[in-house]
Every structure is written in structure tokens, then in C-alpha cells.
Design a protein. Structure first.
Length: 142
């Protein structure tokens, strides 16, 4: 079974999480920092996909609280579609509403000192882990 990559795509950072080879448990990967006005880091993510033998990607879909799509949702879909085309593997989308809030609570409750808890890349990585773990858990249910 191939690994699954989870992506929390943001304007400033891209949180990443990777499943174990059995696609059961999500683990964080280093967050990619984006430069404003630059293209999405598709090449860097494609390299991770190849190195880690990823067979599928799940991207968090940022719907608004009512469940509707926004301009940012369309940007994320465009990123996911380009990644699928470039990497040649399936890219799924999963509603990520409230994932960042849950991730922030998890990081703040982790016992890290305050300066470490406030680092945004930790929250982005935690959001990617929550997103991916939700996806993996849903796949294994009958």
C-alpha cells in the first residue's frame, strides 16, 4: 500500500503530513514557507511525493462556515488539480473547516513552552496531520 500525503495549503505556509506505509497513521513533515506573489511550491511537493513513494494526496478544502466555496477555495482546487497533473497521482479534497482551530488547540495543549507553541509552522503541520488522519480514518471505515 502506498503512502498518503496530506496538505494544508495556505497563503504563507504549506503544512504537510505523511502516512505510514500502511496508510494508517499520519505524521507531520516540515512545513514549506511560501513567498508572497510566487507560484505554489508544486515542484517541491512533487519531489516529496517521489521520495516518499506517495500514491495519493489529500488537500484540505477551505470552505466557509456555511459550507460554500470562496475565491480561496477555488485557488486551492486549482493548486490540487495542477499537483495531480504534475505528480500523476490522485488528489482528493477534504473539507477542512475548523481544522486550524483544532490544530491550534492541540499545539497549545502540547506542553511546549509558549514561544514554541506560538510558531505558526507547528499549527500548519498539526492541521495537515488532523486533515490526513481524518481522511485515513474515513477510508478504513466500512
Amino acid at each position: 500500500m502506498a503512502r498518503v500525503l496530506g496538505i494544508d495549503f495556505g497563503e504563507r505556509r504549506v503544512g504537510l503530513a505523511l502516512s505510514d506505509p500502511s496508510a494508517t497513521i499520519a505524521q507531520p513533515l516540515p512545513t514549506i514557507t511560501r513567498r508572497l506573489g510566487k507560484r505554489p511550491p508544486i515542484a517541491a511537493i512533487t519531489e516529496i511525493i517521489q521520495q516518499q513513494e506517495v500514491g495519493e494526496v489529500v488537500v484540505g478544502l477551505p470552505l466557509n462556515l456555511a459550507g460554500d466555496e470562496t475565491d480561496w477555495t477555488r485557488t486551492v482546487r486549482e493548486f490540487g488539480n495542477k499537483l495531480q497533473e504534475r505528480a500523476g497521482i490522485p488528489v482528493e479534497f477534504l473539507d477542512e473547516r475548523l481544522t486550524s482551530v483544532q490544530a491550534e488547540r492541540a499545539v497549545r495543549g502540547s506542553g511546549l513552552k509558549r514561544s514554541d507553541r506560538e510558531q505558526k509552522h507547528r499549527i500548519d503541520a498539526a492541521a495537515a496531520v488532523l486533515l490526513l488522519q481524518t481522511y485515513l480514518d474515513r477510508r478504513t471505515r466500512p
